[in-house]
Design a protein around this ligand. Structure first.
Ligand code: ADP
Ligand code: MG
Length: 490
């Protein structure tokens, strides 16, 4: 009896903790990958800080290991604690599928994992591909800098099209002569999932390949930069931080729009920028919008962003989408009938990430259902929900406009920092709906509402949720607004 109780408790605990993990992961991983790879996972038990999760197949486990190791690891540390561990249990109820060479979809060959299906695999056994906080390395030496580059983002895998020609050729020119060119800084901008990270990392990887230890390369996100800087100040190590960055030969900072509203960080970056630029070091930046459109960034930084080359990435046309799909299928070791690729290229237009998401969804579905063949009909069925979601072009701006219309206030007001009660309420509702109706992350939502923190967005969401729960009037208001937004985006 006692044992039964313990096991029920451990299962409940596992479910609760895994739910917390999913909430964190949902914010990091895009919606399609999340639903393809994480939703089907079942939490089994939580004992001695070891969370056991059940995955549908051996392949699944390998895929998670290969693609989501660091996310899982940091999430487990956050939810369960630093000594938290994750164990996989592979569902062995279904027999291993056999893959025929002749089928139109084949699962990629993966290296044989360390233990047989059915065993528990301890995630902590693998050497984490962890990135250390680079500036704490004592006695900095160039070759000690861990560059944070992901080796799979290379030019060879970046398909050229009209949408990216300028940015791509400039990137290649920079990789050949880092620092010593007229594209300094190189500023790439464009919507999410259009290849900014891929392209900038390709520059880093090519330089690393050609120059080896001769050049210290560092890829970092604007968020990591900010967090490290805050950490450095707190620990009286600001000068070390600054010295570390001035020692870099090729500095890549991704998603610089998140510097928005962060005065101190901008100040520090401004000085680092000047020092590097003066020394002929290469600076590469990305943003989801053009320099002049980033809110709350110092003018002197914006003007520097325009010193070199600002190139944008646009949506790929049909031919480029098709070529990308062929390449992605090849990279994943899958073969698809051309009609399937045509179908995806016709229906997924809003980002390259979505194209990739569609391929991955097919791959995951075939693994989950133990299929060794996918035909067009099945592909259509598997991708149906994704297409519906993709075609809904609801933006945060649309939501802001409708909510403000409803309350009879000026749209710009919700983006300003005013604390007037009716505006606060409209802003909270618009934030809540932005999370519910778009794929934007909390951070992006915060940014679109005048550069607010993601915790402010969370607060807004929970406030609105509470109101909906406790007041039927609010419930009705929300329904009405949502309905209007949906109608407007059909
Ligand atoms: P962003 O940083 O702009 O949000 P990413 O660089 O992360 O976009 O790209 C999203 C996904 O799409 C990545 O997996 C990337 O490899 C892929 N991708 C983007 N553009 C291309 C391209 N031109 N060729 C091949 N893959 C691409
Ligand atoms: Mg990116």
């Amino acid at each position: 009896m006692y044992e039964e109780e313990v096991s029920t408790l451990s299962k409940e605990l596992a479910t609760q903790k895994w739910q917390e993990c999913l909430e964190i992961i949902r914010d990091i991983v895009n919606a399609q990958k999340f639903s393809a790879w994480f939703e089907p996972i079942k939490p089994l038990k939580l004992e001695n800080n070891i969370l056991t999760i059940q995955v549908p197949s051996q392949f699944w486990y390998e895929w998670l290991e290969e693609h989501y190791y660091s996310i899982l690891r940091s999430t487990i540390a956050k939810v369960i604690g630093e000594d938290g561990k994750l164990q996989y249990s592979i569902n062995i109820d279904q027999s291993e599928p056999e893959f025929e060479q002749s089928s139109s979809v084949r699962l990629p060959q993966r290296p044989v994992p360390p233990s047989k299906p059915g065993n528990l695999n301890d995630i902590n056994r693998y050497q984490p591909n962890q990135v250390q906080n680079p500036f704490v390395i004592p006695g900095i030496q160039k070759n000690k800098v861990s560059s944070n580059l992901n080796g799979s983002y290379v030019f060879e895998r970046f398909i050229e099209g009209d949408c990216n020609r300028l940015a791509r050729s400039a990137a290649i020119a920079i990789a050949e002569k880092p620092g010593n060119n007229s594209f300094n800084p190189f500023f790439i901008y464009g919507g999410t999932g259009l290849g900014k990270t891929h392209l900038t990392q390709s520059i880093g990887n090519k330089i690393r390949q050609d120059f080896g230890d001769e050049k210290a390369i560092l890829y970092t996100s604007s968020d990591d930069f900010t967090n490290e800087f805050v950490h450095a100040i707190r620990n009286n190590r600001a000068s070390e931080f600054s010295a570390f960055y001035r020692n870099i030969d090729v500095l890549i900072i991704d998603d610089i729009q998140f510097f928005s509203g962060k005065e101190k960080t901008q100040e520090e970056f401004f000085h680092i920028f000047n020092a590097l630029h003066q020394d002929g070091k290469q600076i590469i930046l990305t943003s989801d919008r053009a320099p002049k459109d980033i809110p709350d960034i110092q003018d002197r930084l914006i003007s520097r962003f325009n010193w070199g080359l600002a190139a944008d990435l646009q949506l790929p046309d049909y031919e480029t989408r098709f070529a990308i799909l062929e390449r992605k299928a090849l990279d994943n070791g899958i073969e698809f009938e051309p009609s399937i690729l045509e179908f995806i290229a016709t229906n997924f237009k809003s980002s390259v990430r979505d194209l990739e998401g569609a391929i991955i969804k097919l791959l995951a579905a075939s693994s989950l259902q133990h299929l060794d063949y996918i035909d067009l009909q099945m592909a259509k069925r598997i991708l149906k929900d994704m297409i519906r979601e993709n075609n809904k072009q609801i933006t945060i701006e649309t939501i802001q406009t409708h909510v403000c219309d409803f309350f009879g206030i000026d749209t710009n007001k919700v983006r300003e920092k005013t604390r007037k009660q009716e505006i606060v309420e409209a802003r909270q509702i618009a934030m809540y709906l932005s999370k519910k109706m778009t794929k934007a992350s909390l951070k992006t939502i915060g940014l679109q509402f005048g550069g607010r923190d993601h915790s402010t967005v969370i607060h807004a969401i929970t406030t609105v949720e509470d109101r909906i729960k406790t007041s039927s009037k609010h419930q009705q208001i929300m329904k009405d607004i949502e309905h209007k937004i949906e109608l407007s985006s059909l």
